[in-house]
Design a protein around this ligand. Structure first.
Ligand code: SF4
Length: 209
């Protein structure tokens, strides 16, 4: 592992799918403007994944991390959401270090299936059954966001609620293609368990990325 000034410089290039400014549609920061950096690569294999185009890293160019951070900084956005794919497949130490040094807060969207790298202002953990999250990331998560496709997913959500810290914000998010069937169950569940909140994918309603 290379190290310059205490920063791991491994992965000075990252496989970039897309980068854009938008409004965060999900979870705690829903409604807030942010710069999104979507990295390629995911082997978690969720059946309902809406980002399959990210799965194969080879379909996307390896881009110099300095170019990625330059774009984020130039966007003028106060925060960058690092998403995927599963971004923690990659070492994110350098990416986060440059962003934070330049006043861009780092927000992570992860399944938690890979070891944590990078320094984060906010970690959103969305655990997936196919490849459950690592304990360390559960403990560090600021937000737990569980996708609900059927009734058995409530149990899965409660299992992970016990693993995150007490202060973590708790969200249940209907799986997009099952919305009609599952939303009444989520509404009923949250009325009985008000520690949870509902996360809707607002960007999809606004037809923005
Ligand atoms: Fe898709 Fe995310 Fe699941 Fe990977 S972890 S398969 S990107 S939903």
């Amino acid at each position: 592992m290379k190290n310059i000034n205490g920063v791991n410089t491994e992965y000075m290039k990252l496989p970039l799918v897309e980068e854009f400014s938008t409004i965060q549609g999900e979870g705690f920061h829903a409604g807030m403007a942010a710069w999104f950096i979507r990295l390629a690569g995911c082997d978690v294999g969720c059946s309902w994944c809406d980002s399959r185009f990210t799965w194969n890293q080879a379909d996307h160019p390896m881009v110099n991390t300095d170019v990625i951070t330059d774009h984020a900084i130039a966007s003028g956005m106060k925060s960058a959401v690092i998403t995927g794919g599963e971004p923690l497949i990659w070492n994110l130490d350098y990416l986060c270090s440059v962003l934070r040094k330049n006043g861009v807060a780092t927000f992570l969207e992860t399944s938690g299936a890979y070891p944590l790298s990078g320094e984060w202002d906010w970690i959103c953990l969305s655990p997936k059954r196919n490849k459950p999250p690592m304990e360390e990331i559960c403990r560090r998560a600021d937000e737990l966001k569980v996708v609900i496709k059927n009734s058995s997913d409530f149990e899965w959500a409660e299992e992970y609620r016990k693993k995150v810290k007490n202060t973590a914000h708790l969200f249940l998010q209907p799986e997009w293609n099952s919305f009609g069937e599952i939303i009444p169950h989520i509404v009923g569940y949250v009325k009985l368990n008000p520690e949870w909140r509902i996360s809707l994918q607002l960007h999809k309603y606004m037809h923005i990325p």
